[in-house]
Design a protein around this ligand. Sequence first.
Ligand code: CTP
Length: 220
Amino acid sequence: MALPPAKPLHFLISAGPTHEPIDPVRFIGNRSSGQMGITLAQTAQARGHHVTLVLGPSHLSAPAGVMVVRVETAQQMLDELEARFAATDVLVMAAAVADVRPVHASAHKLKKEELGATLRLEKNADILAHLGRMRRQQVVVGFSLETLRGAEAIAEAVRKAKAKCCDLMVLNSPGSLGGERAASVVFVKSDGSSEDLGDLSKSELAGRLVAWCELAGSLQ
Ligand code: CTP
């Protein structure tokens, strides 16, 4: 059964990994493909919403017709999201932000002998927590990828939802990385309530999540 037409909302969606440069040829990154956030952007756009996708260095093509802002690093992602957040109704942080970055990115290619002695790391800002603290009317959704299972995984997602001021955490497991399907998905709210969605395609999950955001957005 087709969903009824929705009131158009402004969706701000982050997707993909971030790359934190070590030198001109090396970086710190992760295995995120960007598929989930790209599918979400396409789904929200197809439902008639205004969508901006802030996309890290993914090898996937940006979806046609969606406003896309390309970024490399966590700091660039933070800057682009923050600049757009006030005019946003729904933020979905589907990006896998690198947790750390080199203190200095070397301008020249480091010799492997130099790496151990020169590579010092510092924490990146937590973008979702930062924007969560700034939120006013926005619906805020995060993703929580956990190797924990069952009640322990849900408890961790609740902890993150509270710490990052989110309405919803989309709990899932490492089986979601890279492919077309999302694994062990649970919608977890900061009050501890949860809805188990199991394994489903990323396109199905995108439909469920956009519908959830439409409902939450209509109640704000
Ligand atoms: N996130 C973020 N900025 C970061 C790290 C994570 O905005 N520097 C967001 C992710 O986009 C995701 C949510 O926070 O929506 C949860 O990410 P996760 O990696 O599970 O959380 P962490 O707080 O980094 O916890 P962990 O120590 O388990 O990696």
